[in-house]
Design a binder for this molecule. Structure first.
Ligand SMILES: Nc1nc2c(c(=O)[nH]1)N[C@H]1C(S)=C(S)[C@@H](COP(=O)(O)O)O[C@H]1N2
Ligand SMILES: [Mo]
Length: 269
């Protein structure tokens, strides 16, 4: 799949255009199904309709379309599972940047935008006040194991929308209306930057990308990334940064801990 900046080979472009044409309808349908799977209908029902469609759904449809047309290729949605598919204790892998316990009650996210002096500090509790969702998907480690797990938390998309992040103008991000205003990438790291990931903005704003504070219904342990971690259903596990401390929006493709050690930077499923 092409990066937003590196151009794909010509045959790829032609094929992409055909795929765009063929998949728009099924992709939109998938988005609606995912919302149902995520138990968002009650929230949808309480929202004011726009063009006869409740607005969160309209926004999701718009986002899907802009992923298709502008800021990146669609990833589709990762399959979701019933809660019965979750088995017992969840596996732990990788402890870089997690050597000590931290105090979740005073946790803050440091947020930066390239070429902007202002550094924002966003308290964890303000993030946790946003609407929540639960996602049961298959977590896949590139080393060859996978496990059905439930993550719950806040969509990264809702986080950037609420706090007006990820845009050059400082306005509310609108992937459907003005994708050019979005930075191309986001870099996220532990506070000490011992572990770090780089994401293209389309993957970061994917509806199954979460800032999560629980796994399988239990608050995150230190080893799982307390007090707040990233979870991307459409990427290999090494992109799901545990213990998010720093978030930086940028146009230069960010460094990535495991990509720097030989794995694919994109790591999409
Ligand atoms: N801070 C931090 N995040 C990390 C890692 C790490 O070593 N440090 N390892 C990654 C890898 S390789 C995987 S597979 C997942 C594992 O997440 P889990 O331990 O919650 O199963 O976390 C990812 N995020
Ligand atoms: Mo991994």
């Amino acid at each position: 799949m092409p990066d937003p900046i590196e151009s794909p080979p010509l045959e790829g472009v032609v094929a992409d255009q055909r795929i765009r044409h063929l998949t728009r309808r099924s992709f939109v349908t998938g988005g609606v199904a995912a919302l149902a799977g995520l138990g968002a209908w009650r929230w949808l029902g309480s929202a004011t309709p726009e063009d006869g469609v409740p607005w969160p759904l309209r926004r999701l449809l718009g986002l899907n379309q802009s992923l298709v047309e502008g800021i990146g290729m669609p990833r589709g949605l990762a399959p979701t599972f019933s809660a019965e598919s979750i088995r017992g204790a969840s596996r732990i892998n990788g402890l870089v940047g997690l050597s000590h316990e931290v105090d979740g009650s005073s946790w803050q996210l440091t947020v930066q935008h390239e070429n902007r002096g202002i550094v924002q500090s966003i308290p964890l509790r303000d993030v946790q006040a946003l609407p929540r969702l639960e996602l049961v998907t298959e977590f896949k480690c590139v080393e060859g194991w996978s496990e059905v797990m439930q993550f719950s938390g806040i969509r990264f998309l809702d986080f950037v929308t609420h706090f007006r992040l990820a845009t050059r103008s400082g306005r509310t991000p609108d992937p459907a209306g003005n994708a050019q205003d979005l930075f191309h990438y986001v870099y996220l790291a532990t506070p000490d930057e011992a572990y770090y990931v780089g994401l293209d903005i389309a993957s970061a704003l994917h509806p199954q990308t979460l800032l999560s504070d629980t796994i399988n219904g239990v608050p995150l342990s230190r080893a799982h990334g307390a007090p707040l971690r990233l979870y991307l259903a459409v990427k290999y596990g090494f992109k799901s940064l545990k213990r998010v401390g720093l978030v930086r929006f940028t146009d230069a493709r960010p460094a990535d801990y495991w990509a720097g050690r030989g794995y694919d930077w994109y790591a999409g499923l």
